[in-house]
Design a protein around this ligand. Structure first.
Ligand code: VAH
Length: 311
């Protein structure tokens, strides 16, 4: 029986690319894109439903009607916006997860993907090569919701056998869709500003090193995790995932190799405090050992690819 997937939050930065990758893999008709906002990517082939993941009965109706067996829950409020609207961030990030976990518990869906983030780590976590297990005291609503979500996924797997799989994504860089409300969004905006103005005024400091990843690696990791047998990609585990780490200064130096006139200035704002609370680099040895994870893109390949597509 071919897989039938529903992507919640399909208009988001990751959702947009997940829809494309899953349709390439399974066929357009097997992947239903949905979002609370009307379809932003009209060029996308395949079914789209306007759906608020907070509306549990509407979600259940779609699951039953469309005979969905796999749900990718990509709807969330990210770190920077979450600090402006803490109650909304908690409600959106948690209640959508409960709706989907309950579908799994009730046997209406077979497998769930739910994205966690390196934001589950906080100021007291080791900064370098942060391990899978360790101190996690997140200091943002987003990070608190992701850590709580991880615990709930573990609970639903252990108590009800729900097959829910997660990845702790680093900051993600892509050109197919704009990021929204994240602290790491600078690493995407810088490319647009470099090409349009030749200058970028960065809201993080020059030395703010953060774990990052090119979107193709993140999508490959997501599909590999969801395809792996549950004896390897352990349900209820939110795997650390690493691609590269760089600071705004290192990124700007790499961009200058392609655009020698490019210049950058720094005006750290409230997002600097969020960045300071996160690790600089991540140990993803569990993912490498359990299901053979290996990134393809480093800083230079990512910059080359981004500029090649955006020029
Ligand atoms: C954010 N892009 O900036 C997200 C991500 C690790 C960062 O979770 O909030």
């Amino acid at each position: 029986m071919p897989q039938k997937c529903l992507i919640l939050g399909a208009n988001g930065q990751i959702g947009t690319e997940l829809v494309i990758a899953l349709r390439k893999k399974l066929g357009n008709g097997q992947v239903i894109a949905s979002d609370v906002k009307p379809n932003k990517a009209p060029d996308q082939e395949g079914p789209f439903i306007q759906l608020d993941a907070l509306d549990e009965s509407a979600l259940r109706a779609v699951i039953v009607q469309e005979k969905i067996d796999t749900v990718y829950l990509m709807a969330a409020m990210l770190s920077a916006t979450g600090e402006q609207h803490p109650d909304l961030a908690w409600s959106l990030n948690m209640n959508t997860l409960f709706h989907v976990l309950r579908l799994g518990k009730d046997g209406l869906i077979q497998r769930i993907f739910w994205p966690s983030s390196i934001a589950v780590f906080g100021p007291s976590s080791p900064k370098d090569n942060t391990p899978q297990l360790g101190i996690m005291e997140p200091s943002t609503v987003y990070g608190i919701s992701k850590l709580s979500g991880e615990m709930w996924c573990q609970y639903y797997h252990q108590k009800y056998g729900v097959d829910v799989r997660s990845l702790r994504y680093p900051g993600l860089i892509s050109y197919k869709s704009a990021p929204g409300g994240g602290t790491t969004d600078y690493a995407v905006t810088i490319f647009y500003e470099a090409l349009a103005q030749g200058h970028y005024n960065c809201y993080l400091s020059a030395e703010a090193t953060l774990p990052m990843m090119y979107m193709d690696d993140a999508i490959d990791a997501t599909l590999a995790l969801m395809d792996a047998p549950s004896t390897h990609a352990k349900p209820g585990v939110a795997y650390n995932l690493a691609g590269m780490s760089f600071s705004p200064e290192e990124l700007s130096e790499e961009i200058k190799k392609h655009l020698p006139e490019f210049s950058i200035s720094y005006a750290p704002d409230s997002r600097q405090k969020i960045a300071d609370s996160w690790p600089k680099s991540i140990d993803d040895s569990w993912a490498r050992k359990d299901w053979g994870w290996k990134p393809k893109y480093d800083l230079s390949q990512m910059v080359h690819t981004m500029l090649a597509h955006l020029k």
